[in-house]
Each structure stands twice: as structure tokens, then as C-alpha cells.
Design a protein. Sequence first.
Length: 170
Amino acid sequence: MREIRTTLIGNATRDPELREYSDGSHAVSVRLACTSSYYDRATGAFADRKTEYVTVYTRGALADNVRRSVRKGQPLIVTGRLGSAEWEREDGGSGHTLVLTAESLGHDLTYGATIFTKVTRRGEPAVDTETGEIVGSGSQQDPAGDEGSDPSAYEALGVDPRQDEALVSA
């Protein structure tokens, strides 16, 4: 069967959720609400179609960065492989959900601004972007901590770093 590759645009319905597996690996999932609109000629205005909810799964470095960067309500653009999952509900009926295994995910900058902070991969030495000099041991992931924000980048934009959430929220 061929894969269905697609790009979805929507809003995160919750903060990312970490799932750890017995083999030591992990994944991060986030729910995405996708609502398209159309022009209703009868009313002369735009109207929303039915909202579709999609569970987005991420693994590896993408999962780590999604967990650090995405918050409930933020507008996202996700590219990946679309599928579905089915299960039996408590009432005996069957349920299903759309699932997107993400290859790439980011904020939709139509609705706000964000500041990108490159993280160092484990085992990869940290490099000063100005001089190209290796700094530190390479075990560091993000000098700004878990928030993923470089205070100097905010200063360059004239933004208070404590306002980060407001920058990327719709």
C-alpha cells in the first residue's frame, strides 16, 4: 500500500504528551484541530467546515524539540505520513482517529512570530556560530535551558524574553 503524504495546518489542542517505551525509546504526540473554511454564497460570508482532529506522532530529535517548543493553542504546520487507528470503545462500538507520523513540524507564522534556537545533538560538539570555534563538551543541548530561547535573540528583536508564549500564540 502506498503512503499518503500530506501537510496539515491546525492548532494544538493540548500540550505535547511524552510516551516512553520499554526499550528506552520515546515518542511525543500532540493533538491537532484542523478547521477549513469556505465562502457561503447564500450568506455572503466565510463559514467554517467541520473540525477534524488528528493525532500527530513524533520520534527522535523532532520529538524532543516538539516537547520543548509546542504549547496548547499554538498554530502549527505539520508534514508527514497520514494513516488511521481503530479501537473498541467501552460501549462496545468502534472508534477511529486520524494519525500523522510527522517528518517535519513548525509554528504557522501567519499568526505570530517565533525565535528559532538550534540545539546541539548528543555527541556533537557545540560550535560558536560567530567564530566557528568548538565550545563545551558536546553534551549540552540548549544553553538557554528547557525553554529553547536565546535571550540575545530576543534583545535583537526588542522583545522581552518573558513574553515568548505571546509571540507564538494565536
